[in-house]
Design a binder for this molecule. Structure first.
Ligand code: FRU
Length: 501
């Protein structure tokens, strides 16, 4: 192990130990979401189901609750519920990554796990440099860096990053999120026989003057599913358009067909993946059961990050719960993975629940770590149905306009802000509530809202109200949450001896 790598690891583990108590004392700490042990977590990286284990790597800044020279942290799990904190996968120790081991992906090759990631460098003139790098592992825990495999090609700014690699027929392909020299976001395709020599195939899609989709595309992902190619990316620089693009940066997808030879993606319109306040940089993997699993970052760069209250407890941000993707009628449907049902504990159930021009508080619904499912009757003549969460956030369906809205108090001034989407017919709502987060799956995942919420922790009441008469079946489960362990290897590393020499 290089001395710089060793000293960075040591410092990061010391940071965990120093602040563990304060981090864990935060009432907003989550029960069933992956979080950083200390510092800042952003994008999920290197998602892979490898030799019976799910690996979730993550962008991690251990030393502060802001962005900086990122590490790759690492969690594994066999069932997406019981998680193990593994030794740090990558530290920014080499010249080509000295300002961060930025986002990337993992593949299985010849029984080895191979990580592709971006080496971020700010040179002595404070200019950005970018390198696409490879690291290889025999055991999925210890990684040997192989250095740079792709240098920045002509025509692009140094915002060229986040390689996602996959196999198609007998070739390997890599898609990179990029920005042209004249500031248009785009995605660039490479091809390789051996994962070492990469040939530039071209720009498969990009933002244009007359079809503007931002100045930079981050975190691309491309996969084949149900007979179509899906391209997922996080464009920066879209202006809000009514209820669309209301976050500072967006995440979405297009569906089409990738012409691998011509390096062109023929596709339909851009569609947002999530309608909530906090969602960005999702990544997917095909697991050994053939499911396409997605995990996103429950945060958005530059969006009120410095106002999040958990920073006082030395940590910030988390991942979404894992979702399984399907395509129905040309649109993504996202459902919480089946495994999460194993967290279900005490059940409260009420059939044919009717609310008629009233506001109800049911103490059985109170709680802060739970799943609530509502199944609506048809043809109800109500105008408005509302779920009020902890006097902090509200989910509102307006039957006339067919708009579903999530309102919450702004992190800063406590004024109300909202995100909305069109739901022609509200059939089901599934809410996952976890201390300071909420994920709402609408109509079995036709739309999802992911957001952080920071209510007064003394208030755990939910109110249901309506104008008009609305009838539904309701289920509420208390949830047990994830379990966490630190691997023996990570414990050993955390107690590592002082530097050699
Ligand atoms: C997205 C992103 C990526 C980059 C990483 C750095 O949130 O900006 O483009 O690789 O975060 O942490």
């Amino acid at each position: 192990m290089q001395n710089k790598d060793r000293s960075l690891r040591k410092k990061a583990y010391e940071e965990i130990k120093e602040y563990q108590e304060i981090v864990e004392s935060d009432p907003y700490r989550l029960d069933f979401h992956l979080m950083p042990p200390v510092g800042l977590m952003n994008d999920p990286n290197g998602l892979i189901h490898w030799k019976d284990k799910y690996h979730v790597f993550f962008q991690w800044m251990p030393f502060k609750t802001g962005h900086g020279a990122k590490f790759w942290g690492h969690y594994t799990s066999q069932d997406l519920i019981h998680w193990i904190f593994e030794p740090i996968a990558l530290t920014p120790s080499e010249w080509y990554e000295q300002n961060g081991c930025y986002s990337g992906s993992a593949v299985n090759h010849d029984g080895k796990m191979k990580l592709f990631y971006t080496g971020n460098v700010k040179n002595e003139r404070n200019e950005r440099e970018t390198y696409q790098c490879l690291a290889v592992s025999e055991d999925g825990i210890h990684f040997e860096k192989k250095g740079v495999v792709i240098h920045l090609p002509e025509g692009y700014s140094a915002h060229f990053r986040d390689p996602k690699v996959w196999k198609h027929h007998d070739k390997w392909y890599m898609i990179i999120g990029a920005q042209t020299k004249d500031h248009f976001g785009c995605a660039v395709l490479y091809m390789s026989d051996d994962l070492i020599d990469w040939e530039l195939k071209g720009e498969i899609s990009g933002s244009k003057e007359n079809d503007y989709l931002g100045y930079m595309w981050e975190c691309p992902d491309l996969f084949h599913m149900d007979g179509v190619d899906v391209f997922l990316f996080s464009p920066q620089g879209l202006e809000p358009q009514g209820i669309h693009y209301n976050n500072v940066h967006q995440s979405g997808y297009v569906i089409g067909e990738l012409d691998y030879d011509g390096a062109v993606l023929h596709h339909g319109p851009f569609c947002e993946l999530d309608r909530g306040f906090e969602f960005y940089a999702p990544q997917t993997t095909l697991d050994e059961e053939g499911r396409r699993i997605l995990i996103g970052w429950m945060g958005v760069p530059d969006q009120d990050e410095e106002k999040q209250p958990t920073r006082a407890y030395k940590w910030i941000h988390n991942m979404t719960i894992p979702r399984e993707l399907r395509i129905k009628n040309g649109k993504f449907h996202q459902s919480p993975v089946e495994e999460l049902k194993k967290m279900r504990g005490t059940l409260f159930e009420k059939k044919d629940f009717n609310i008629n021009n009233e506001s109800l508080h049911l103490s059985e619904l109170d709680g802060d770590v739970m799943e609530i499912v509502l199944k609506f009757g048809h043809a109800d003549p109500y105008n408005r149905f509302e779920i009020d969460l902890f006097d902090y956030a509200k989910l509102i369906y307006q039957n006339e306009s067919k708009v579903l809205t999530l309102e919450r108090k702004n992190f800063d001034n406590k004024s109300t802000e909202s995100r909305s989407c069109q739901i022609p017919k509200l059939a089901t709502l599934q809410l996952f509530i976890d201390q300071s987060s909420i994920e709402v799956f609408v109509n079995d995942g036709e739309e999802v809202f992911s957001s952080r919420i920071f209510p007064d922790k003394k208030n755990s009441s939910i109110h249901l109200s309506s104008s008009g008469s609305v009838t539904f079946d309701l289920w509420k489960w208390e949830l047990t949450g994830y379990t966490y362990q630190t691997s023996e290897e990570a414990k050993r590393e955390a107690n590592m001896n002082p530097l050699n020499g």
